[in-house]
Design a protein around this ligand. Structure first.
Ligand code: NAG
Ligand code: NAG
Ligand code: NAG
Ligand code: NAG
Ligand code: NAG
Ligand code: NAG
Ligand code: NAG
Ligand code: NAG
Ligand code: NAG
Length: 638
């Protein structure tokens, strides 16, 4: 109700004002051209632009003395006290927008369908303080003339490279994100004229296709507080002049092709406000500078996935404000410095995938706030988990894959001060069984014990995992029945499990119990390379979210149940090397999303149901059966 009245009032107001108040002719022409370029506006704002009183139009503001338009404010995301709304505009950004020569604020952010370029005439908008053209479909270069906007304080051109996610093309490559580019966003270099913009405080160009080097003179932007060039194609070194950015608090240069050494801070007191730093996913080399400890305001830092070498400098212990430190995926060596124990605010520490050696310094026991510790895949040779680690008061995510841990799953983990939520002890040398007490880890949502030498049955107590989402026990020597796994998380609506990998073990039974619990969220089930016998029950049809089902290399028999055809999200179905008999149910033609199929080496007979998707797969998916025929194999003899 209130909303309708307000709109009516606005329409009336603009009609009334039109008769008494004009609009600068240049401004009016600019706005009309802008509107002319837009052929769809789901917000309905432009439709209400009537008459000549442009100062009363929605999203337009004027200087009440000069009558000139000073603000055009039409963001895609509309939030009022009454409602929140993501609107869209389809169309083209008219270059005539630069006729509005008194503009101070131009906000066309988040209008997903807006294409076009930044007009070279942008330099005319000499009064512009804020330019928001982010989250659109704009392309082309950032024109050199932008260097004429000497009053510019905020420039947001980020996220014009639009990306969506395609379903993975092959198999169950669960983590493969295939980028679908709808728009490349801005291309070309950062123009040299940028150094003119000495009033700039916020510069955000992330997620475009910009390339070339970061200008050497970027340090001249003395007021710059937020600087984001991430997710572009920048090359070359980080300019030394960043040391001159005395106001910088956020610097994100991650996910580019930057190389060379980290050139800052050159000294104590340089970049004194830098709190948030991301340099991950580049090719930076050399050592982490010993001066890094001078960046005393740092709160969150990621240097992950570079080529950094050498030891972690002990000066890092000076970063008293640090809460998150990501150094994984480099070539760091040496031992963890004792000074790390001084990082009393640290919540997250990831050093995975380096060549760091043991032993761990006892000083780490002082990390009272540490919640996540990831030391996976280093040269730590821990042999056992230190007692102090299990006693860290806040620790709930323990990631110690490939750390050379030997012996049984340690009792230490039985009573940790904070309930364990994530435990990864994969790729170690664990022996013995999965202890019954583990079922008491009721908060666990991810358990990875894969690639060890565990050799027990799966205890009934696993039903205690009330919220478990991910269970990976592959490549052990687990025996007996897997039935208890299907009872995990059943009190959770729809079941809690999304991922089960028990492949490459010696499990023999329990597949018939797959329907006992709800597995409506399950997307990945891999039971391949076991000794499973019996029949796949029709109740498998209840796991409607399944994308990947791998039962290959077992001794499963009987017919292929039609229930499999109910799994309409299935992308991968691997049933090869079993003893399945009978024909392929015609219902399999319903598996429209199937991209990877293997039914080879079973005892199947009869005609392969004709049509997609079955006919699209190569012969090798059907060979080695008792008597299959029809496309793609040779025709059936009638
Ligand atoms: C004109 O705008 C200024 C600043 O926005 C404001 O302070 C002033 O009250 C306005 N004057 C009139 C007559 O509306
Ligand atoms: C930089 O600013 C000066 C005025 O200070 C102006 O004359 C010059 O054209 C600008 N440079 C560029 C490349 O826009
Ligand atoms: C940093 O600024 C100082 C003085 O403002 C200047 O002398 C120096 O050349 C600048 N350094 C870099 C690397 O731009
Ligand atoms: C780690 O321990 C294994 C044996 O447990 C040994 O073969 C290896 O050399 C050790 N590596 C290091 C770096 O100490
Ligand atoms: C479990 O750990 C193994 C080995 O470290 C790894 O390859 C696998 O991806 C992990 N599983 C999950 C579900 O992340
Ligand atoms: C699990 O915890 C309960 C209550 O804390 C305790 O009685 C039980 O013995 C524990 N079970 C195991 C197997 O440790
Ligand atoms: C797995 O366990 C079974 C039964 O305990 C044993 O016979 C077999 O040798 C084990 N296999 C491996 C590879 O350790
Ligand atoms: C299932 O597990 C086996 C053995 O661990 C592995 O080789 C296979 O790639 C997995 N299947 C799928 C579809 O991920
Ligand atoms: C499978 O789908 C068929 C047809 O859509 C339906 O009749 C049947 O009840 C479904 N089976 C299960 C177990 O959901």
């Amino acid at each position: 109700m209130g909303c309708h009245c307000q709109m009516l009032w606005l329409v009336l107001a603009s009609v009334m004002v039109a008769t008494v108040e004009g609009c600068d002719p240049g401004d009016l022409k600019g706005l009309a051209s802008f509107r002319g370029g837009i052929h769809m506006d789901t917000s309905g704002r432009l439709a209400k632009w009537a008459g000549r009183g442009c100062c009363r139009w929605q999203g337009v503001a004027c200087n009440n003395r000069t009558g000139r338009v000073t603000e055009v404010h039409l963001p895609g995301f509309i939030s009022t006290t009454d409602f929140v709304f993501q609107s869209q505009m389809e169309g083209w950004l008219s270059p005539s927008i630069t006729l509005l020569t008194s503009l101070e604020v131009l906000d066309l952010g988040g209008l997903v369908g807006l294409s076009g370029r930044i007009p070279t005439s942008i330099g005319r908008l000499e009064n512009l303080k804020k330019l928001y053209l982010y989250g659109n479909k704009l392309t082309g270069p950032v024109p050199d003339t932008i260097g004429k906007l000497l009053k510019l304080e905020e420039l947001h051109l980020h996220e014009n490279r639009l990306s969506g996610f395609l379903p993975p093309a092959i198999g169950c490559l669960k983590n493969l994100n295939v980028l679908l580019l709808h728009s490349n966003g801005f291309t070309g270099n950062i123009p040299g004229s940028f150094s003119n913009l000495t009033n700039l405080m916020h510069l955000d160009l992330h997620s475009n296709s910009l390339s070339g080097r970061i200008p050497e003179n970027v340090g001249e932007l003395q007021l710059l507080e937020e600087f984001d060039l991430s997710e572009n194609f920048f090359t070359g070194e980080i300019p030394v002049s960043v040391n001159n950015l005395t106001s910088i608090s956020v610097m994100y240069l991650d996910t580019n092709h930057l190389e060379g050494e980290i050139p800052f801070p050159s000294n104590y007191g340089v970049m004194p406000m830098l709190g948030f730093l991301r340099l991950q996913n580049n090719q930076l080399s050399g050592k982490i500078p010993p001066n890094f400890g001078y960046l005393v305001s740092l709160q969150r830092v990621s240097l992950e996935n570079n080529k950094l070498q050498g030891e972690i400098p002990s000066s890092l212990g000076n970063l008293q404000a640090l809460t998150e430190l990501y150094l994984g995926g480099n070539e760091l060596s040496g031992v963890i410095p004792k000074s790390i124990g001084r990082l009393s605010r640290l919540i997250m520490l990831s050093l995975s995938g380096n060549s760091i050696q043991g032993p761990l310094p006892d000083e780490m026991s002082a990390l009272q706030n540490l919640q996540t510790l990831d030391l996976s895949f280093n040269s730590l040779n821990l042999s056992s988990i230190p007692r102090w680690l299990a006693e860290l008061p806040s620790l709930s995510r323990i990631l110690l894959a490939g750390c050379g841990i030997e012996g049984q799953i340690p009792d230490l983990l039985r009573l940790t001060p904070s309930p364990i939520q994530e435990l990864d002890l994969s790729a170690n040398y664990l022996i013995g069984g999965i202890p019954a007490w583990m079922g008491n880890l009721t908060q666990l949502y991810s358990l990875n014990l894969s690639r060890n030498h565990l050799s027990s049955s799966i205890p009934a107590s696993v039903v205690g995992f009330e919220v478990l989402g991910v269970l990976d026990l592959h490549s052990n020597n687990l025996t007996g029945s897997l039935e208890h796994v299907f009872k995990i998380g059943t009190s959770f609506p729809g079941g809690s499990l999304t991922y089960i990998d028990l492949s490459d073990n010696s499990l023999t039974s329990g597949i018939d119990q797959i329907g006992v619990g709800t597995l409506e969220r399950l997307e990945y089930l891999n039971l391949s390379h076991n000794l499973l016998e019996g029949q796949l029950p029709t109740s498998v049809a209840k796991s409607t979210a399944l994308k990947c089902l791998d039962l290959s290399y077992n001794k499963l028999g009987f017919g292929l149940v039609e229930g499999l055809a109910n799994l309409s999200n299935l992308e991968t179905l691997k049933l090869q090397r079993n003893h399945f008999t009978g024909g392929i149910p015609v219902e399999f033609l319903n598996l429209k999303n199937l991209k990877d199929l293997d039914l080879s080496n079973n005892l199947l007979v009869g005609e392969i149901p004709a049509g997609k998707p079955l006919s699209d797969f190569p012969q090798s998916c059907f060979t080695g059966n008792r008597g299959l025929c029809g496309k793609p194999l040779s025709p059936c003899k009638s």
